[in-house]
Ligand binder design. Structure first.
Ligand SMILES: Cc1cc2nc3c(=O)[nH]c(=O)nc-3n(C[C@H](O)[C@H](O)[C@H](O)COP(=O)(O)OP(=O)(O)OC[C@H]3O[C@@H](n4cnc5c(N)ncnc54)[C@H](O)[C@@H]3O)c2cc1C
Length: 434
């Protein structure tokens, strides 16, 4: 594989040299060679993690994108076993034809099965289905010390738990066996309603979340009242044929500076809020625009310019969520910052099988900021609010959290460290554990 790969936010902007096996049986040899030559490496999926959790300490990654084939499918029971480099996009396209869908999907379908497992990703239905790891039946794990192992909750409970949300540090996941969710079509029945204040969001969330499979809200963090738009959706019972794929636009090059500034954001937020109805509006939507609005713009991360951007995603426990959220939004406004993407969603109380899984019962807030040196002071303030509220930050989106906050929020990190494959080390893990 030629060229280099990066993390999604280009922050830190450290190029990774990819080493990419084409067949599964080449993987042990490549892992051994990287271990011998560079000391450590890290599995790399499709680089949709924002910060340094997908960057190898050695800057040489084992890139698994070419391992993207089905190994076994049982469409009568919705059980598939596929190589870890397969993207959700490929799996969904195949599964929909048989009446199945992935039970948990993040906001982009261009993530690999291995990456989804290693970050134990969550979606808009966390309150109903929990995290991705809850639906994993088994996976293959290649270790530099123990060779190839098959992990299930029964056969290897420790490694199973440590690898789900294990940030790629317990071994190379070579294949994943997943239980899919039955659906009738790829269409969703949706409800959209804007709200004027953050209190209204909490009211809508309490009333409507229990009624719907998927719920999420966008908020206008530049407005004083933190107004926003609440979206809910459920798989439809019927629908027309799949629409023809829309045009995918792309950002052709990285501009020298971010196109996201306060003036452009204010205009966008105003127009976006007004475009949505004050009263609940029902509609039918194809799954792609509902789940993956940003996937229609290839390489949208380039709009943040050469300095890249950082995402700040936290989850706040239920008891402290509302006041802490107000404090976070107040601190962002006081710094004169805004975010184009500001997503608020409720996480439920279904436990993850993963040791270091991010979600907890409460509310999660995600915001994107163009990178600049002033972010450091803002993030320090935001991190302190999250820490005091008993919440935590999401490693998959992180490029800045302190080791102290990480170790406090993820006390099981030491158990993961004991199970870490000695040949694997990320820049993130080095930063937060040493
Ligand atoms: C637009 C957008 C929306 C998103 N929305 C959400 C969301 O709603 N919810 C959410 O949870 N996340 C979300 N994410 C984050 C994304 O889902 C995760 O970062 C995901 O893990 C990325 O998968 P990847 O295949 O690109 O893996 P990478 O980013 O390349 O790697 C992620 C981690 O997985 C490890 N890894 C990759 N492959 C393997 C393997 N085969 N074996 C072992 N470890 C491996 C890597 O070492 C790394 O630690 C979003 C990202 C984007 C860009």
């Amino acid at each position: 594989m030629s060229g280099t790969v990066h993390c999604w936010g280009h922050q830190p902007a450290i190029a990774q040299t990819p080493h990419a096996p084409v067949w599964r049986d080449e993987t042990p040899g490549q892992l051994a060679a990287l271990h011998a030559r560079f000391g450590t490496t890290l599995p790399f999926g499709n680089g949709r993690s924002y910060g340094d959790s997908c960057l190898a300490a050695s800057d040489h990654v084992l890139h698994l994108a070419r391992l993207d084939r089905f190994i076994a499918t049982d469409w009568s029971r919705g059980i598939v076993r596929a190589e870890a480099g397969m993207q959700l996009a490929t799996l969904i396209t195949a599964a929909l034809g048989h009446g199945w869908f992935v039970p948990v999907t993040p906001g982009t379908r261009f993530v690999t099965l291995g990456g989804a497992l290693a970050n134990d990703v969550h979606g808009k239905n966390h309150h109903r289905r929990g995290t991705f790891g809850r639906h994993v039946r088994a996976f293959g794990l290649l270790r530099s010390d123990d060779g190839t192992l098959e992990c299930t909750p029964q056969t290897r409970p420790e490694l199973f738990a440590a690898s789900i949300g294990g940030l790629g540090l317990t071994g190379i996941v070579t294949w994943v066996e997943l239980q899919l969710m039955p659906v009738r079509t790829g269409w969703l029945d949706t409800v959209t309603q804007r709200f004027g204040r953050i209190d209204d969001f909490f009211r809508l969330s309490a009333e409507l979340d229990p009624l719907h499979e998927y719920t999420v809200a966008w908020i206008d963090c530049l407005a004083r009242s933190a107004r926003g738009v609440y979206f809910a959706g459920d798989h439809a019972e019927f629908g027309p044929d799949a629409p023809s794929p829309g045009r995918v636009w792309g950002v052709p090059a990285t501009p020298p500076v971010s196109l996201m500034n306060r003036a452009s954001l204010a205009l966008f937020n105003q127009a976006y809020w007004r475009a949505h109805p004050a009263q609940p509006r029902r509609a039918r939507s194809w799954y792609q625009p509902f789940f993956y609005p940003l996937d229609r713009i290839a390489r949208w991360n380039r709009i943040y310019g050469r300095r890249g951007f950082q995402q700040f995603q936290c989850v706040l426990p239920d008891a402290a969520a509302e006041p802490a959220l107000r404090e976070l939004l107040g601190a962002i406004a006081a710094h004169g910052r805004g975010s184009f993407l500001a997503v608020l969603k409720r996480c439920g109380d279904l436990a993850s099988p993963g040791l270091l899984s991010f979600p907890m019962a409460g509310h999660s807030l995600a915001l994107d900021f163009p990178h600049d040196p002033a972010l450091e002071a803002l993030f320090e303030r935001l991190d302190a609010i999250v820490h005091e509220a008993g919440g935590r930050l999401y490693p998959a989106k992180d490029a800045h959290m302190s080791g102290q906050h990480f170790r406090h929020a993820y006390p099981a990190w030491e158990r993961l460290e004991r199970l870490r494959d000695p040949a694997l080390m990320s820049r993130f893990w080095q930063r937060v554990t040493t």
